[in-house]
Unconditional design. Structure first.
Length: 188
């Protein structure tokens, strides 16, 4: 029967904050975990009873993470050698890697990150999401312009009888659309 003296120690034993423990303790729902030590006037907390009462008391559980295990019950589970090897193989890391190889790999990673940061700073690298959005806007503009060709050219073509003049009107309209596209791409 482990006994603790303070609310902070009791809160640590069950894995909650001291303020949360204090709120629940003031309600009286944890009084059964208080014990008197022979020769002492002050009451202390029995951690075994406290853990049981904390779990049974449902009015405060919505403040407590359901998956959290009290600190007194936590045990650090170390992975077995087989589990370690499995994780290493899944990560694609060679098992023959030594300290120097790992250090070299780490330095290459840092160099690549620095290069990328520099290229982004000078404008050689751009944000993919922004580029995709701008590309979509340009494509939408081109589509709208192409779909508008009949509306703009029909009155002009209806008055013409010569196929070369019709071709000239159509080519002029398509040329305007492509020039607008070219100007839009330059702004990227």
């Amino acid at each position: 029967m482990p006994i603790v003296k303070t609310q902070q120690q009791a809160a640590d034993a069950i894995g909650v904050s001291q303020p949360r423990f204090s709120v629940v303790a003031k309600k009286g729902s944890l009084d059964a975990a208080k014990v008197t030590v022979p020769g002492q006037k002050k009451k202390y907390w029995d951690t075994d009873k406290l853990i049981i009462l904390w779990r049974e008391n449902s009015d405060h559980m919505h403040f407590h993470r359901q998956d959290q295990i009290p600190k007194s019950e936590k045990k650090k589970a170390q992975p077995t050698d087989d589990e370690k090897q499995e994780v290493i193989q899944e990560a694609g890391v060679k098992l023959t890697m030594n300290y120097n190889t790992a250090k070299t790999l780490n330095e290459q990673y840092k160099a690549a990150r620095s290069k990328l940061a520099y290229e982004k700073e000078v404008g050689e690298v751009i944000n993919a999401a922004a580029a995709e959005k701008k590309g979509f806007e340009i494509a939408r503009h081109v589509r709208d312009a192409c779909l508008a060709i009949p509306d703009r050219c029909t009155p002009l073509i209806a008055a013409l009888n010569d196929q070369f003049q019709i071709k000239k009107v159509m080519m002029e309209e398509i040329k305007n659309i492509l020039e607008n596209l070219s100007n839009a791409v330059k702004t990227l």
